[in-house]
Design a protein around this ligand. Structure first.
Ligand SMILES: Cc1ncc(COP(=O)(O)O)c(C=O)c1O
Length: 435
């Protein structure tokens, strides 16, 4: 049922008007862009009234599905009571959101700075690491994505997402722990050693040897859902800490129960020094958090301010989202439904040799498509064709990867068993169509 009485202009008119007034760089999926007008749970409806099962969740952001009734209620109540104050005043929603985040964050991470986007959360984390260590250099990973600000772009190691380069100094990149395309060959059990050695060598050969921080996504999302070998982060954190730097886990995409734990870094047995969180944090509303320890947070002594950071409406959504996730055991559901999804994807990979690899954790899963499984040559054209075919089948899936050859899946954490089965059936038919 429509939540609003406001009439939606006709589909063609909307697309034409978008093309006239938005930056041409605002890209949309599909040859014929999809106009969405309504969403409920795992389902969205387009301007022609067609329904789609949404396996992409607004880029892994509508963590409780579309228009979760509790989030809608809390947001409506808050926007009618107090919509904005700035952080110069104390509000109950911001305090409650921070308290709840401290309750789910690992180790001594209990201090939060709120902002509005993942890019800002990363900026805050990097600035904080520099202030805390008195150092400047940051080591990140190739294939990473860190945002669209100047620093975020510079910390992003994928050429298509870097419209301009060389704007910020002091950023270096180590090899992505990407076993499927490892530059070190198939190192098997020792893969973590090879990737960690590359991190150490990168620091030794391209920095002063005294970096401020190592910044990494526990699973590289935009890069193609790249899951590092199990021991990688334990070794990487040991290296950066031995050299006096901090470990920043960029959990913007992987955090908030997505992978079956509250934060994906917990799969790797490491507690970061600073963590960034956004996307699923507020059930689809704009909010981001940089979370750290008391000691590190205290290093930021200069003035700082974010007009909309900590906005009461977004904060009410954060607190309510965590409440629903706890009540519904979102990590447990992501584990179980993630395994169901994974089993179905593995089944497809046995049928179609152009599915080079299935990977991911929990409800963050991917298919890497290749032209030939022996050469692993990326097949971005197949991702395009599969997305179109899936749309025909009433299924939304996303893309990823440096070469655009990865299918990215990240539905609502509350997706049901029947919906996962339905999605797999639709995806199977879409695969069949393009075979
Ligand atoms: C890991 C990671 N960091 C940072 C960002 C930037 O977030 P935003 O688009 O909210 O600025 C993203 C966005 O996809 C991300 O995946």
């Amino acid at each position: 049922m429509l939540q609003t009485e406001t009439p939606v202009p006709a589909r063609e008119e909307l697309i034409a008007t978008q093309r006239e007034y938005l930056f041409p760089s605002v890209g949309t999926y599909y040859r014929n862009p999809l106009v969405l007008v309504e969403g409920r749970g795992c389902w969205v409806t387009d301007a022609d009234g067609r329904k789609y099962l949404d396996l992409f969740g607004g880029v892994l952001t509508t963590s409780l599905g579309h228009c979760h009734p509790e989030i809608v209620r809390v947001v409506q109540e808050q926007v009618a009571r107090l919509g904005h104050t700035s952080t110069l005043y104390v509000t109950a929603p911001q305090v409650e959101a921070a308290r709840r985040l401290a309750g789910i964050a690992p180790g001594g991470l209990r201090r939060t700075y709120f902002s509005n986007s993942g890019s800002e959360a990363v900026e805050t984390a990097v600035m904080l690491a520099r202030l805390h260590t008195g150092r400047n250099e940051i080591v990140a990973l190739r294939h990473s994505y860190a945002g669209r600000t100047v620093l975020g772009t510079e910390l992003t190691a994928q050429a298509p997402w870097r419209p301009v380069g060389g704007l910020v100094g002091g950023v270096r990149f180590a090899a992505s722990p990407y076993p499927y395309r490892s530059p070190f060959g198939d190192a098997g059990e020792d893969a973590a050693d090879a990737f960690a050695a590359d991190l150490e060598e990168t620091i030794a050969t391209t920095t002063t040897g005294k970096p401020a921080a190592f910044l990494a996504e526990p699973i590289q999302g935009v890069g193609g859902i790249i899951v590092p070998p199990p021991n990688y982060f334990r070794k990487a954190a040991e290296i950066i800490r031995r050299l006096g730097g901090l470990f920043i886990a960029d959990e913007v995409q992987t955090g908030m129960a997505r992978t079956g734990k509250w934060f994906a870094i917990e799969h790797f047995g490491v507690v970061p020094d600073i963590m960034t969180v956004s996307k699923g944090i507020a059930g689809g509303f704009p909010a981001a958090a940089t979370i750290t320890t008391d000691e590190i947070a205290a290093s930021w002594k200069a003035k700082t301010f974010s007009t909309f950071g900590g906005n009461p409406v977004s904060m009410a959504a954060v607190a309510a989202t965590i409440g629903v996730m706890e009540r519904e055991d979102a990590p447990g559901r992501a584990t179980v439904r993630g395994q169901q999804l994974r089993d179905g994807l593995e089944q497809l990979a046995r049928q179609y040799e152009w599915i080079g690899e299935v990977r991911g954790l929990g409800l963050m899963q991917a298919l890497e498509l290749v032209r030939d499984p022996r050469t692993k040559e990326p097949a971005p054209e197949r991702v395009g064709a599969l997305m179109e075919a899936a749309r025909e089948e009433g299924l939304l899936i996303g893309g990823a990867g440096l070469w655009g050859n990865v299918v990215r899946l990240g539905p609502s954490l509350l997706i049901s068993e029947a919906e996962v089965a339905d999605a797999l059936a639709r995806l199977g038919r879409a695969c069949d169509r393009i075979n």
